[in-house]
Ligand binder design. Structure first.
Ligand code: ADP
Length: 538
């Protein structure tokens, strides 16, 4: 503990000697003496005095005046003063001392026990005070450190978002090109072998897209950007879709794929069916990945019912490699895999179940896993579903290749896109819909083209060299000439982050489409934005 400095001020040397003798044995104190009040003031300024024992009756400056001087100076106002007096114990002196700022009195002749006890108790108080000041300072410092860490975390999150947006753009742009050209191939005459090659290409690009979507999903959930969308859906249809997709995949591996649905479950339910499907698909894909022989079973059971609300359990059981007990707990954490050897043997990013867990939390549901190492695993999702009315499902599921879409009415389209593969593929699609197409490689050239010539539609990539798509849209929208000012513009952005899409509308885009897109999406968007402009397309 830090030593506490005590000042004894008395004009009589003998008084100082006797007081000093009484106090010198108190632990942790250093005693400084003064007979002259002026010298004592200097000591108080310079020597970090905590307690002063001040004689009342002194020539020149009396004890009360001395205390007032101490209290009026911020450098010395904290000093605890004990008045030492031989004069009458009348209240008026007591009061005068206390009013001038003293904290207590000692009366001459001094009682040794009372003197030591009083000074000790003030020393104790000062220690506590000092400790409090120290703790307060530490608290203040940790508050500053916490604020700094928080700012750094916000900064790091922003950098992560920017990085993800850029990375997603950089990866999505080439995938968009690859998938677009694949669509072109699908629409052309191919022999069986070529169809097979195309299927491999399709699979590879789909998995690449799935990985990038996983990374983006995770970061969107973590930054609160992913919102739940509840809609009415047909459970039977969803089960059929899952069966169509996974039955064939399981058969290819020689596995049986079974589905059991509890008959008490209503056909139509209200839920975020897209996210539910994402959770189940994730479980089934994992089972397919980690099962070499045997079967995979999807069971949907009703656990409870309260009026129109049903608690359902979706469970996926497999006869695969299983998971060690210590690993089961951590597989729902991001980047975790049950065993490092798994990565080498089966590949994977360890993100799937982390996303599933976060989605389940967003849906107020529960996910879990049970497994027997070497025998198989069960993954489940439980949640409350609302029963809903029967609705006719009119959706037509037959896929149509884009070159069979009805022709558009001779639209003139300007494409601004720096990636040659993408612009080539876009131009091909648009030609097949009977459009006339011009292609430019950056925003600046797009502005120049749009100034010179009338277009019915502009397709604008967002990230381009020289001038970005957003910059170009702003320029076109501020164009004085009527035609270009109102030309419908669809931005084609590889970023799927909502705020970037919102920014496109803000600068004046009429539609936004993400990369990679399905040709039907672009086709519908073109009809929508050009119809909004009062045009006839078909
Ligand atoms: P990954 O992309 O690596 O498959 P997931 O998050 O989907 O990432 O899964 C995490 C880990 O959990 C996997 O690497 C695997 O070790 C384990 N796992 C998940 N499902 C199964 C399963 N059905 N059987 C055995 N292990 C599984």
């Amino acid at each position: 503990m830090k030593t506490i400095n005590i000042l004894i001020l008395d004009d009589k040397e003998e008084n100082i000697i006797s007081l000093h003798a009484l106090l010198r044995d108190i632990e942790g104190v250093n005693i400084i003496n003064a007979t002259d009040p002026n010298k004592a003031l200097k000591i108080c300024w310079n020597d970090n005095i905590s307690i002063a024992l001040v004689d009342v009756q002194m020539p020149e400056i009396n004890g009360f005046e001395f205390v007032s001087l101490l209290k009026s100076n911020p450098k010395t106002s904290h000093i605890m003063v004990i008045m030492v007096t031989a004069i009458s114990k009348e209240d008026k002196y007591l009061l005068q001392g206390l009013q001038s700022g003293a904290v207590d009195y000692l009366y001459k002749p001094l009682n040794p026990d009372i003197t030591i006890a009083k000074v000790k108790s003030f020393v104790q108080q000062i220690w506590i005070q000092n400790e409090l000041i120290k703790k307060n300072k530490e608290l203040e410092e940790s508050k500053i450190a916490l604020l700094k860490a928080n700012q750094e975390a916000i900064q790091a999150r922003k950098s992560k978002e920017i990085f993800l947006a850029n990375m997603s753009h950089e990866i999505r742009t080439p995938i968009n090109g690859i998938m677009g050209v694949m669509h072109m191939f699908k629409g052309s005459d191919l022999n069986e072998e070529q169809h097979n090659w195309l299927k491999h290409l399709d699979n590879a690009s789909q998995s690449l897209l799935m990985i990038i979507n996983d990374i983006l999903d995770l970061s969107r959930i973590d930054s609160g950007l992913l919102k739940i969308k509840v809609d009415d859906f047909n459970l039977e249809k969803m089960v059929d879709d899952l069966n169509r997709i996974y039955h064939a995949k399981a058969s290819q591996k020689g596995l049986a794929f079974n589905i059991q649905v509890d008959e008490r479950i209503p056909e139509y339910l209200r839920y975020d069916s897209l996210r539910l499907q994402q959770i189940i698909s994730n479980f089934i894909s994992n089972s397919l990945k980690f099962t070499e022989k045997g079967h995979i079973t999807l069971s949907i059971d009703q656990l409870q019912q309260k009026d129109y609300r049903h608690k359902l359990r979706f469970s996926i059981r497999d006869t695969g490699i299983g998971i060690k007990p210590e690993a089961v707990e951590k597989i729902f954490l991001a980047f975790e895999q049950a065993d490092d050897g798994i990565t080498k043997k089966f590949g994977g990013t360890g993100l799937g179940l982390a996303i599933v867990k976060r989605l389940a939390d967003l849906l107020s549901g529960r996910v879990g896993a049970q497994s027997e190492y070497g025998k198989g695993s069960e993954f489940f999702y439980e949640g409350w579903f609302e029963e809903t009315e029967y609705k006719e499902d009119n959706t037509d599921n037959s896929p149509l290749t884009y070159n069979h879409f009805p022709k558009l009415k001779n639209l003139s389209v300007l494409i601004a896109e720096d990636n040659e593969l993408n612009s080539f593929m876009l131009a091909h699609m648009l030609h097949s819909w009977n459009c006339r197409v011009d292609v430019v490689k950056n925003g600046k050239l797009a502005v120049e083209k749009a100034e010179k010539q009338h277009y019915d539609l502009i397709l604008m990539d967002t990230h381009m060299p020289v001038m970005s798509g957003f910059e170009a849209i702003k320029k076109i929208r501020s164009h004085s000439e009527e035609q270009a000012h109102h030309t419908p513009i669809i931005t084609i952005s590889a970023s799927v982050l909502e705020h970037e899409q919102a920014a496109a509308f803000q600068v004046g885009a009429d539609g936004v489409i993400g990369k990679p897109f399905d040709p039907i999406e672009l086709y519908e968007k073109i009809i929508q934005v050009t119809r909004d402009q009062g045009q006839e397309n078909k």
